[in-house]
Design a protein around this ligand. Structure first.
Ligand SMILES: [Zn+2]
Length: 301
């Protein structure tokens, strides 16, 4: 009898653990990727942030676009679990991903690749809080306690975190978006948090440090992991098809810029003449000139 009781309790605990709440209970923009893995993508282009529940606590990926979004995230986590947020892993250094660490850390320990803290300090915009606060009284309220929190842990090239029953593999990608870009791979669950090397049908604001051949190499690497789900830095959950789409786009862009440069055209002429009609339905059309600038640097090398 005793054994039977124990078996029943273990089974009941397993059932309880497996039945993670549905995302619609958490509010608009939340998606349940797999049991105990949730993302919050407010719309098609805004910064995505995510959380993964383990038996030993929660791991967050990015701190959300605004403090208001971070508060929604915190409320959602509390609905799903009473376990603490143990780690917050950044996929990049820019403030739309890292500016709201203060809401989660402490208790969360923030992690990103070497150079992340330095880059955050360099990019720090002292007016950010003021500009946000002017948006609404709710935003002003959510900014209480605002300060810059840089990663307490910086790793080099690769890092593995084992928390509870889950493994998180952190992989550094060089020159793909910011000064420190990390993708997070969950090998058992086959979920990849891919950061901003690829988003969802959007021209990305490429900084001068981005090297397109390195970006293309990062797609190869990420596809080789064979993920079932890919969570981008901006926009809703997708699959590895986003890597194929961006690979097609950047390859065509390099080809066209290369041909025009070979004809002796200047960067300014190329920016004026070059069109990418195949991608007319992508968001952020005003970023094409910046994409051309970065492509031009690659073909001129
Ligand atoms: Zn960014």
């Amino acid at each position: 009898m005793k054994l039977r009781f124990a078996m029943t309790s273990i089974f009941a605990a397993l059932v309880l653990w497996a039945s993670a709440p549905w995302a619609q209970d958490l509010g608009p923009g939340f998606t349940k990727v797999k049991d105990w893995i949730y993302t919050f993508a407010p719309d098609a282009t805004t910064t995505t942030c995510s959380f993964v529940v383990t038996q030993e606590g929660v791991v967050m990926i990015d701190s959300c676009n605004s403090p208001l979004d971070s508060r929604k995230m915190l409320a959602a986590i509390k609905k799903v679990t009473d376990k603490p947020i143990v780690f917050l892993i950044d996929t990049e250094t820019h403030s739309d991903h890292t500016g709201n660490h203060f809401i989660f850390s402490p208790p969360a320990t923030v992690i990103n690749h070497a150079g992340a803290g330095e880059a955050m300090k360099k990019e720090f915009n002292p007016k950010r809080a003021e500009t946000l606060a002017a948006q609404s009284p709710e935003m002003r309220d959510a900014l209480k306690g605002n300060k810059m929190v840089t990663p307490q842990i910086e790793y080099k090239d690769k890092m593995t975190i084992n928390l509870g029953e889950r493994t998180f593999e952190l992989i550094f990608l060089k020159n793909v978006h910011s000064e420190a870009d990390t993708v997070i791979w969950l090998p058992k669950e086959r979920v990849l948090f891919a950061g901003s090397a690829a988003n969802v049908r959007t021209f990305i604001n490429l900084r001068p440090t981005v090297v397109i051949p390195d970006v293309l190499a990062s797609y190869k690497l990420m596809k080789s992991l064979n993920p079932e789900f890919v969570v981008p830095g901006h926009g809703p959950v997708s699959t590895a098809k986003i890597f194929d789409e961006y690979e097609g786009y950047y390859t065509l862009l390099l080809k066209r810029v290369g041909e025009m440069a070979a004809q002796g055209k200047s960067l300014d002429e190329i920016k004026k003449e070059l069109k990418m009609p195949e991608y007319a339905d992508w968001y952020g059309q005003d970023r094409l000139p910046v994409n051309i600038e970065v492509a031009y640097k690659s073909v001129k090398k």
